[in-house]
Design a protein around this ligand. Structure first.
Ligand code: AMP
Length: 248
């Protein structure tokens, strides 16, 4: 069984995000970029499934400009076997990403497609669900535990009411939640080894997917600055302060 894992390049989660001075987007020049943290968790889980002998190959894929190859190389250094880069200079929205991933799925025929539950840049939380619908296969989103046996996956999901366990037939789409695992650190020898692993680039046009922009971002602005906090001495003072602000 192959496992296909989607890795999106995003502004590193430790970076304080800044809006460009002309309000046209988020500043990425000179900013540390990383694999979306949920995608790193998805990759870690795929690698663990392979290490348990339940998968033969882990393939990482990313959609974007040539710069996403950095994140693919990191994925290869973590332990993925090979990488697929779908090259496009256009901004990729979830439906386009799902359509592109469907093409990769048709080409590779994986047993599991693992994505992050959401990309921390736009927080859409849509691509995995859309891919499952387009592929017409089951989905297990927000996974916090995954067990594979007899062509099925038993997945514990983090839902609003707590935890839910479902069983789905493979092939299927899964998306990772935060508590699924703790991704491994990449070691220097693995970075060297990753340079020799296969990384294929596919042109978006050759896949026959149009990078249609269904959504248009009109302008970006930073949230208003927060006012200073105030320390209170007692619950009574807290209640008075809240009442003064019209919050109680
Ligand atoms: P989203 O629906 O935008 O929150 O993204 C959910 C997940 O889809 C991400 O965590 C990635 O696993 C995957 N994904 C979305 N866009 C891309 C992309 N351009 N390249 C690779 N993976 C992507």
């Amino acid at each position: 069984m192959k496992i296909l894992v989607a890795l999106k390049r995003v502004v590193d989660y430790n970076v304080r995000v800044r809006v460009k001075s002309d309000g046209s987007g988020v500043e990425t020049d000179g900013v540390k970029m990383s694999i979306n943290p949920f995608d790193e968790i998805a990759l870690e889980e795929a690698l663990r499934i392979k290490e348990r002998g339940q998968a033969d190959e882990v393939i990482v894929c990313s959609i974007g400009g040539s710069e996403v190859q950095q994140q693919l190389r990191t994925g290869l250094a973590m332990g993925a076997d090979r990488a697929l880069h779908v090259e496009t200079s256009s901004a990729v929205q979830p439906l386009t990403a799902a359509r592109i991933m469907l093409k990769l799925v048709e080409k590779e025929e994986p047993g599991i497609v693992f994505l992050g539950k959401q990309a921390i840049d736009d927080d859409c939380n849509q691509t995995g669900q859309m891919l499952a619908a387009l592929w017409d296969r089951p989905q297990a989103t927000f996974a916090s535990k995954v067990d594979i046996a007899d062509g099925k996956a038993t997945v514990k999901r983090e839902v609003d009411a707590g935890l839910e366990t479902i069983e789905i037939d493979l092939p299927a789409v899964m998306t990772s939640d935060l508590r699924l695992n703790e991704p491994r650190f990449v070691k220097l020898p693995d970075i060297m080894k990753a340079k020799r692993k296969p990384l294929d680039t596919l042109a978006l046009d050759d896949l026959g997917v149009e990078a249609a922009a269904e959504l248009e971002a009109v302008s970006f602005e930073p949230p208003p600055k927060r006012g200073g906090g105030k320390m209170v001495e007692s619950v009574a003072e807290l209640v008075t302060e809240l009442k003064n602000k019209g919050l109680l």
